[in-house]
Design a protein around this ligand. Structure first.
Ligand code: GLU
Length: 432
C-alpha cells in the first residue's frame, strides 16, 4: 500500500511551496488508495512554536487536506536514540565528546558513488566525496533532520518520499543511512522549485504569502488548491480548471514536470474568479458578512442578509477575491462616499445641476421604484434632452458610487434606493 507523508517544521507558516508539496502527497495517496501521514518535525525546540503548528494544521484543514495519521518527532526521541545505538554497535557510527563531556553520535561516511532514482527527475548520481561524516544525534540530545527523517520514514513504512527540490542534496545522505540501518529504500520524487513572479526565489513581494493570509484576503480553498495543482502538473489538453475530486482520479507523481514552476498572482486571481463566479451567493454571504461587520459596514444582528446576497450577485462575476467586494461595494454601506478625484474631474467637472434635478424629479415621480421603471424613465429623459445616455450615465455613476466602474447603473440606483440616490445627486446640484 502506498504511504506518503508531508513533514512540515512548525517554525513558520505554511506557504505556497509547502502547500503544494502537501497537496501532491495527499493526491498521490488518494489516487493510489493509500495513506497520507502528517509528520510534525518539531525537533528544534527553540524555533518550533505552537502558533505555527496550529496555523499549519488550520491551513491544511481549510484546504481540505486531511491526514490519516499524525506523528510528532518531539515525541520520538527514544526511537532515534535506539537506532543511533544500533549504528554505534555495528560500528557505523562513533561518539564524539565535546566540552563538558557532552556526547554527539556521528555517522561514518565512506566515499562512494550514490545513485538515486527519482520518479520525476530520473536517475541522479552523487559523488560521495562531497559528503562528510554526519551528525546523527547532537550533543544536546536532539536528532538531526536527516537522521530523524530516515528513522521516521522507515518505521512508519513510507513508500514514497515526495518533497521539494531543495532537499535533493539530503537524499544521498539519507540513502546511506537507510543502507546502514538495513532499511529498504522508498521511492523518491523531488518536486521542482516554485519561482517568484519575477524569477528567483519566492519572496514576500513575489508571492511568498502564507496560506492563512490568502484565506484572509478572500481566496477560496478550492481555487487555491486548483491553482497549486497547476504548479508543475496539468490535467492535460490545456485545461486549467479542475476540482480536487477529479484530480484525485487522474493524478500521478510521474506526470509532474521537471522544470521549475513560476508563481503568478494574476493566474491565481483568474482561477479564484472562476470559482467565485460559480459560488453560491448565500455561501459567499457567509464569508463576507463577518468582514462587513469588521469594517463596520453593517452591525451584527442588524442587517438585511437578503440585501447583501443581492449585492454580492451584482459583483460576483468580476470578483477576483472575496475582499474585492468590500472595496468595490463600499458605497452601498457608507454614506460619505469617497469620490475618486480623477473621476470627479473627468465626469463631474461640468455643472449638471439641471440634468440631475430633472432626474431627481423623475425618480420622485415613479410610482413603482423598480429596475425597469428607473431605466425607462432615464432613457425617456435623455431622449427628451437630446443627449447621449452615456453623457449622464458616467456622471451619475461617479456621484453615486465615487467610481467609474461597477455594476449596471440602474442596479446601483435600485439597490441604493430612492432616497440615498436623490441625496447623493443633490450634492452636485447648485442652489442657484
Ligand atoms: N521538515 C522538512 C521541511 O519542512 C521536511 C523535509 C522532508 O520532507 O523530508 O522541509
Amino acid at each position: 500500500m502506498v504511504r506518503v507523508r508531508f513533514a512540515p517544521s512548525p517554525t513558520g507558516s505554511l506557504h505556497i511551496g509547502g502547500a503544494r508539496t502537501c497537496l501532491f502527497n495527499w493526491l498521490y495517496a488518494r489516487a493510489k488508495k493509500g495513506r497520507f501521514v502528517l509528520r510534525i518535525e518539531d525537533t528544534d525546540k527553540l524555533r518550533s512554536k505552537k502558533e505555527y503548528l496550529d496555523e499549519i494544521l488550520d491551513s491544511l484543514n481549510w484546504l481540505g487536506l486531511k491526514w490519516d495519521e499524525i506523528y510528532y518527532q518531539g515525541q520520538r526521541f527514544a526511537l532515534y536514540r535506539e537506532y543511533a545505538e544500533k549504528l554505534l554497535k555495528s560500528g557505523a557510527a562513533y561518539i564524539e565528546r565535546s566540552e563538558g563531556n557532552k556526547e554527539a553520535v556521528i555517522f561514518k561516511v565512506n566515499p562512494q558513488k550514490i545513485k538515486i532514482r527519482d520518479l520525476i527527475r530520473g536517475d541522479i548520481e552523487f559523488e560521495a566525496e562531497s559528503i562528510k561524516d554526519q551528525v546523527l544525534i547532537k550533543s544536546d540530545g536532539t536528532p538531526t533532520y536527516n537522521f530523524a527523517c530516515v528513522v521516521d520514514d522507515a518505521t512508519t513504512d513510507i513508500t514514497h518520499v515526495i518533497r521539494g527540490d531543495d532537499h535533493i542534496s539530503n537524499t544521498p545522505k539519507q540513502v546511506l543511512l537507510y543502507n546502514a540501518l538495513g532499511f529498504a529504500l522508498p521511492e523518491f520524487a523531488h518536486l521542482p522549485l516554485i519561482l517568484g513572479s519575477e524569477g528567483g526565489r519566492l519572496s514576500k513581494r513575489t508571492g511568498a504569502t502564507s496560506i492563512g493570509d490568502y484565506r484572509k484576503m478572500g481566496y477560496l480553498a478550492q481555487a487555491l488548491v486548483n491553482y497549486l495543482l497547476l504548479l508543475s502538473w496539468s490535467p492535460g489538453s490545456n485545461r486549467e480548471i479542475i476540482g480536487i475530486d477529479e484530480a484525485m482520479q487522474i493524478f500521478d507523481i510521474k506526470d509532474v514536470n521537471k522544470t521549475a514552476a513560476t508563481f503568478n498572482l494574476d493566474k491565481l486571481n483568474w482561477v479564484n474568479n472562476q470559482y467565485l463566479k460559480k459560488e453560491n451567493a448565500q455561501k459567499l454571504a457567509d464569508a463576507v458578512i463577518p468582514l462587513l461587520i469588521e469594517r463596520q459596514y453593517i452591525r451584527e444582528g442588524d442587517f438585511d442578509r437578503n440585501y447583501i446576497v443581492a449585492l454580492l450577485k451584482l459583483f460576483q462575476a468580476r470578483l477576483a477575491r472575496i475582499n474585492d467586494f468590500l472595496d468595490w461595494a463600499d458605497f452601498f454601506f457608507v454614506e460619505d462616499v469617497q469620490i475618486d478625484p480623477q473621476a470627479q474631474k473627468k465626469h463631474l467637472g461640468a455643472d449638471l445641476s439641471r440634468e440631475f434635478r430633472m432626474f431627481i424629479n423623475r425618480l420622485d415621480g415613479l410610482k413603482e421604484f423598480e429596475l425597469q421603471t428607473i431605466e425607462t424613465s432615464f432613457r425617456e429623459m435623455v431622449k427628451e434632452l437630446g443627449i447621449e445616455a452615456k453623457a449622464l450615465i458616467h456622471p451619475i455613476r461617479v456621484a453615486l458610487t465615487g467610481k467609474t466602474v461597477g455594476p449596471g447603473l440602474f442596479e446601483v440606483i435600485y439597490y441604493l434606493g430612492r432616497e440615498r440616490t436623490k441625496q447623493r445627486l443633490m450634492r452636485w446640484v447648485s442652489s442657484t
